[in-house]
Unconditional design. Sequence first.
Length: 370
Amino acid sequence: MIEIWGKRGEGSSAVPRQPNFRKRRRRMLMKKVVLFGLVISFCLLFLGFVSPSFAAEPVVKWKVQTPWVKAQFQHTNAQIWADNVFKISGGRMKIDLFATDEIVPAFEIFNAVQRGTLDAGHTWSGYVAGKYRAAILFAATPAFFDLLGYWTWMQAGGGKELWQETYGNALKVFPAGMLWAEGGGWANKRIQKLSDFKGLKYRTVLHWGQILTDVGASVVMLPAGEIVPSLQRGTLDAAEFSTPSTDLPLGFHEVAKYWYFPGLHQIAGFVELLVNNKKWEALPADLKEAVLAALRELPHRIPGIAYLSCGMNFCDRSQGFETGLVVRFENRAALEAYGPHPAHQEVVQNVINPIRDQVIAVDYEISGGE
């Protein structure tokens, strides 16, 4: 190829060409592309290090146990709470839930939470009433509030604060759902009057156990998983545990001849969440709120549907009883024995009467002193 070089103004109109012009242009373009790619890569890498990512945050895990077997609705509700904590926290907190005896015995949950063997326990305050006598106020107090009254007292009448005061600095405690009125118990011997309790090997708890002891029963306290086998073996004559929705899945109706109702010993009650102090203080504020928000949702679950379904099929299941007989307690005789009992009078004088007086004072103030 012959290239002609001319000078401007000397009769030549040709434009001079550089021999490697296109190659140099291509190389410059490639350099820009590579440089742009490096800049983008660096930006993405930088953003990956500094941008917040919940998935990258460590997940807080709690080890929690209940005193109930998995078939009980109380354990089901604890699982609902655990699942909701995970959802509300956006996956940043996970509850590993265990049933009775999987880590510690049912009646040792309080101590296990206090010393840190468990991070928390979803349990019932009646199991520590021997150590904390006032705990019966939150578990099941005969002749106390009905369901709505109990809830109102707990949330707005100082119940929560009194509960924490009862346990002091041992651990944190929060209401974790409610219990409905219970049945009077299951038996393999017919009970028609108070004297029929004499000599019975009877499983129950709290004040009702004290009263039955006074009328001659031999009272024992057993965890849920041991009651039905004891009735089956004959080491128990009768047992009170909970409502039909709890008792039926455990098989009470398969080993007992009689079911009695209503239960005078528990009109309503609460279950509790116990939390180790250090574990609670270590939670950031938003995860504390996730735990509490999941607890506040539980009363909507406990569980109208479960009680209704168990009530509907109770009649069908009762046909399998050996006698097919359901007997009602003679309420008047039981109440006459219960009313003056020292255990009940202690609650009346120290709890029921002060609350009654407070309600009367509020009514008087609202009515303008009339």
